[in-house]
Design a protein around this ligand. Structure first.
Ligand code: RFL
Length: 390
């Protein structure tokens, strides 16, 4: 079994296969340090925590993760809070940075005797439509190599070799560009509120998400122009955050050094089916989801567990029925998450300039969504269930 990529999807899959008695190798393009330092997700769904717990992979997050269950919306009509732990199914998020989770998973995989090749970039997956697929790789020193296995799991993200190797027409790609970009910021600054903050402002969306007592992630909706965003000084970023978070009314944000920044274009896509012969698509390789509802890493872990169980059934017990159902099972979760993330995009962003009637209509919908969320217990329960669910 060959696994491409050592992100949450590849490492959960690798750990579970190893425990289930399936021989596997993980091929990872980057070096170990890079993989362990890549800061991304932070909010883990309760189901993700349960998956990691029932598979003995939750020691780190149990020791260092923090439960979180409140979000605050700041709008032109004032602010309101939702304590989502007391709504819906009554479940919180666990805040645990993705790079720490990846470091835990990596250590456990290697300690358990798992094989991983860093600096091995998969170039193509060949003969995926038969029972003997192979992966060609470029090693760190430029040397080519080839691996063969019964199955290949593409956990190598949206630009990986898994997607690239799909023959034309083998899977359909449903893509949506949401027309919105965020400047994602990591600040060496304590959280400024004890809640996830969503500010909806005529100048654009701003978000506040605590990562730890000294690190906070912020988002600023920005122009689709990376160079301009890179040119923003720290002071300009903080001033803009203060403005959109309405610091004049609710208090200034606690400032600090901006240690990382990057532009995220809000895009989604779903591939269908998630299998081509012996090649399976998992995590971001299976579908890209906008970070508006923090679902990507959670879906990656869920899909990895579903695939691991199906592969163990197939390779250890000779039962290929669960493997045949992999794509359909995952797609039901993926579309559910896409639906909610799409709803969140409509909730958080003021209409982009465009035809007046269209903008006015979109604005009307957004205000109605906010009003329903503020005033309707049923809507709040629906929100809470979907916000933490996958
Ligand atoms: P990853 O984590 O991208 O890992 C893929 C791995 O594959 C390697 N690779 C290759 N290896 C070999 N050969 C090749 N040809 C290769 N090409 C790539 C890469 O080096 C890498 O190690 O994919 P995976 O495992 O599917 O996990 C997906 C998640 O990382 C992603 O969905 C989340 O980070 C999305 N996301 C969030 N998800 C959440 O659930 N909660 C959050 O709070 C959250 N916040 C975020 C996010 C994503 C963000 N960005 C950067 C888009 C915040 C941001 C800013």
């Amino acid at each position: 079994m060959i696994i491409l990529g050592a992100g949450p999807a590849g490492l959960v899959l690798g750990n579970l296969l190893l425990r289930g008695g399936v021989d596997c190798v993980v091929l990872e393009r980057a070096d170990r340090e890079h993989v362990q330092q890549r800061t991304r997700a932070g909010y883990l769904a309760p189901e993700t925590v349960r998956i990691l717990e029932r598979n003995g992979l939750a020691e780190g997050l149990r020791a260092r993760g923090r439960e979180h269950g409140v979000c605050e919306f700041r709008t032109e009509d004032g602010r309101f809070r939702l304590d989502y732990r007391t709504l819906g199914r009554g479940e919180p998020h666990t805040v645990y940075p993705q790079h720490e989770l990846v470091s835990d998973l990596l250590a456990q995989f290697i300690d358990a005797g798992g094989r991983i090749r860093f600096g091995a970039e998969a170039v193509t997956v060949a003969e995926a439509d038969g029972p003997d697929p192979s992966v060609t790789v470029r090693e760190g020193d430029g040397r080519p190599g080839r691996w063969r296995g019964r199955y290949v799991a593409a956990c190598d993200g949206r630009h990986g070799a898994g997607r690239r190797s799909l023959p034309p027409g083998a899977v359909r790609r449903h893509h949506r560009d949401h027309g919105v970009s965020w400047l994602g910021l990591l600040a060496e600054a304590p959280p400024s509120l004890d809640a996830v903050g969503y500010a909806i402002h005529p100048r654009g969306f701003a978000g506040h998400m605590a990562r730890s007592t000294g690190i906070t992630r912020y988002y600023l909706q920005c122009e689709r122009d990376t160079a301009a965003c890179d040119a923003w000084s720290d002071a300009r970023i903080w001033d803009e955050l203060d403005l959109r978070m309405r610091a004049a009314e609710y208090g200034p944000l606690l400032r600090g050094r901006i240690v990382r920044r990057g532009v995220v274009h809000l895009e989604s896509d779903v591939l269908e089916p998630l299998r081509h012969g012996s090649l399976f698509l998992v995590g971001d390789a299976a579908g890209l989801i906008s970070p508006s509802a923090a679902k990507g890493a959670n879906l990656a872990v869920l899909e990895a567990e579903i695939l691991a169980r199906a592969l163990i059934d197939a390779l250890v017990r000779g039962d290929t029925v669960p493997l045949a159902g992999y794509s359909e099972r995952c797609l039901a979760h993926i579309w559910r998450a896409q639906d909610f993330s799409h709803w969140m995009i409509g909730l958080l962003h003021t209409a982009a300039p465009g035809p007046e009637a269209a903008s006015f209509f979109q604005e009307g919908l957004r205000r109605s969504r906010i009003a329903a969320l503020r005033g309707s217990r049923t809507q709040q329960d629906w929100f809470a269930e979907n916000y933490v669910g996958i």
